[in-house]
Design a protein. Structure first.
Length: 233
């Protein structure tokens, strides 16, 4: 049994033409589990974008631009990257709509950041300058160790307490949203995974890029949740 899931995407300019540009790795990772991704353009009116939630069985929040710090009451940092206020508005509306419908949510990279902001948390706008440490989180060529909280949904989904991940980002969770708990960390303490308390609808948020890894446990776990009534964890 397949399910249709809503997937967010950034805008890109190619040869002077603006395009909705979803990394095909997300499509392939979801398709391998039997899910059908429905890409929602970030230029839609938020209310119209949310209309799609009545026709899907889950939501994937993908990577991309920095989150506008105005969304969590902070002034822009000197090293703030590109933002897309229209995409922020669409994704914040989709998060609220998905939660109201109890749809499973898988949030990846920027996804964990916008989800944390949507639920009342804040972000480091630039880790290298605001929280310097031994790990270069923006290094696109390296991996770093990951520690996972025992008994968490993330632990049950990926079936390991320690692994390595291809985390590449310059923003990250600063203040965790009150309704989330941290369930994975880099060795320097940066939060790499978060989820709601047990009993809530299925939701996993990760800072790394599982779509680029051969092992697809997170996507299989998401697919199983999509096929359950109301996506219960």
């Amino acid at each position: 049994m397949s399910g249709v899931v809503l997937v967010t995407a950034p805008l890109r300019t190619d040869a002077g033409r603006e395009r909705v540009a979803l990394n095909t790795a997300y499509v392939r990772a979801l398709a391998r589990t039997g899910l059908v991704p429905l890409v929602v353009p970030p230029i839609l009116d938020p209310e119209r974008a949310c209309a799609a939630l009545d026709r899907v069985h889950g939501v994937v929040l993908t990577g991309g631009e920095d989150v506008d710090p105005a969304r969590y009451g902070a002034p822009p940092h000197a090293k703030l990257g590109e933002i897309d206020v229209a995409r922020d508005a669409v994704e914040l509306a989709l998060i609220a709509g998905a939660r109201a419908r109890r749809l499973p949510i898988l949030a990846i990279c920027r996804g964990i950041q916008i989800l944390n902001v949507a639920l009342g948390g804040t972000l480091y706008q630039d880790l290298a300058s605001e929280r310097p440490g031994e790990i270069d989180h923006a290094d696109t060529q390296s991996r770093h160790p990951l520690r996972v909280a025992a008994g968490s949904l993330l632990h049950r989904t990926i079936a390991t307490l320690e692994t390595t991940v291809n985390s590449r980002h310059h923003q990250a969770i600063r203040d965790l949203a009150p309704s989330l708990r941290a369930t994975a960390w880099a060795p320097d303490g940066v939060i790499e995974g978060a989820e709601p308390p047990d009993g809530e609808p299925w939701m996993l948020a990760v800072q790394w890029h599982p779509e680029d890894d051969v092992e697809g446990a997170l996507f299989r776990g998401f697919a199983e949740a999509v096929r359950q009534p109301q996506g219960v964890a």
